[in-house]
Design a protein around this ligand. Structure first.
Ligand SMILES: [Ca+2]
Ligand SMILES: [Ca+2]
Ligand SMILES: [Ca+2]
Length: 390
């Protein structure tokens, strides 16, 4: 008994010996031919840890094979990106439906497994299997249901699926697991992707029979999908007109939030809560100051708050000084009101008026408009600056 461990052709010699005739050797050329094991074509099997979810959506891809062992892997993730790793991790940045293609090869050849629209990034998708027969599944409109049911090709039993009017069958894929198309499989999984197009109660009904069996025979499968309209958490934002002015300053606030909030709580920053729960409130600031405004808005999905700091500036108006009929003016337009008596020019009377009314100015006028030396208060030095400008 001899075992050949390498492929090739071998000569065989028989050396026969007996005690009476001596020995004789017979040789046969190419008598034994050992063939190499034929290479086996590999078939890719794709496993993923997620098929849907918010973007950015990171998916762990696992490549396996049945049949032969691949010596190269090529993934196409459907968004223009590829990988030659066996088990790549890929992140989808944009909302969309992505077709996965895994190509494997060895010396026997190359095969590809393509799963149409397999990853639905930015969507919610519920996967339903036969064990969930007779269950009710909630889903938001415009998301997806993936139904996976096992056929039995060797007996001819297969599933067909019917959906109600608010559902749309958009994809049908047959994945044989574990044996791929082209191999002698006796089990398989048929996959339908269904778009939740309508709202309200919808049904998915499956029936499992051979093509020649009469309707109503075999197994049945039924799922209720309860679809509600798509609602996302509000993203709060707002505008105001005007954003600055003199007291009393009346401001119209406008809600510019997205995703349709249904309740609003404003904080105008001055402690006054009048109109605080109105969507587009009008608010009057009575006291000079700079105000931070916030809006908290909610809907059935959640809430969100946006705060804008130092959003509204209310300043005191320029008032006529005691005994004057005209308010002060700013003849050189630099924001400082040097003309205290309101006669549109800077004169010595303004200096006297400033000196005599320093306390009144400090109490009643906007300080910044009369602070000639810019030190933040009304003081004697301001009168000196004013005197020098006359
Ligand atoms: Ca001025
Ligand atoms: Ca003047
Ligand atoms: Ca000053």
């Amino acid at each position: 008994m001899h075992e050949y461990t390498t492929p090739g052709s071998f000569n065989v010699s028989l050396n026969a010996t007996n005690s009476s005739t001596g020995s004789n050797v017979a040789t046969k050329i190419d008598y034994v031919t050992i063939l190499a094991t034929p290479p086996i074509l590999p078939y890719a099997v794709i496993t993923v840890n997620a098929t849907s979810g918010d973007i950015p959506l990171t998916v762990d891809f696992n490549g396996n094979s049945v049949g032969g062992s691949p010596n190269s892997w090529l993934w196409n993730f459907g968004d223009g990106q590829t990988s030659t790793l066996q088990n790549p991790v890929h992140t989808y940045q944009a909302k969309g439906n992505y077709t996965i293609n895994l190509t494997v090869s060895n010396s026997a050849g190359t095969t590809s497994r393509i799963l149409q629209n397999w990853i639905r990034a930015g969507y919610s998708m519920v996967t339903v299997e036969e064990s969930q027969n007779n269950s009710t599944i909630p889903l938001y409109q415009n998301n997806f249901i993936r139904v996976k049911l096992s056929d039995n090709p060797s007996t001819g039993y297969k599933w067909t699926l019917n959906v109600s009017a608010g559902l749309e069958k958009i994809n049908e894929t047959f994945i044989i697991d574990p044996k791929p198309t082209g191999m002698d499989g006796n089990g398989g999984i048929r996959v339908w992707d269904i778009h939740a197009a309508g709202i309200g109660e919808q049904t998915i009904t499956g029936s499992y029979k051979r093509s020649w069996d009469p309707p109503g025979t075999g197994k049945v499968f039924s799922i209720i999908i309860y679809i509600t309209s798509t609602i996302s958490t509000p993203i709060t934002n707002f505008t105001a007109t005007p954003m600055n002015g003199t007291t009393p300053l009346t401001v119209i606030f406008t809600d510019t939030s997205t995703n349709t909030p249904t309740s609003w709580i404003w904080n105008f920053g001055d402690g006054n809560t009048t109109n605080a729960t109105v969507q587009n409130p009008v608010h009057t600031y009575l006291t000079a100051g700079t105000y931070t405004v916030s809006l908290y808005a909610t809907n059935s999905r959640g809430s969100n708050t946006t705060i804008i700091t130092n959003f509204i500036t209310a300043t005191k108006p320029i008032l006529p000084l005691p005994g004057m009929s005209q308010p002060p003016t700013d003849p050189d337009n630099d924001g400082i009101y040097e003309d205290l008596n309101g006669n549109n020019r800077i004169d010595f009377t303004d200096v006297v008026l400033y000196f005599n009314q320093m306390s009144w100015i400090a109490a009643n006028e906007p300080i910044a408009a009369f602070d000639l030396n810019g030190n933040g208060r009304i003081d004697f030095s301001d009168t000196v600056v004013l005197f020098n400008e006359v």
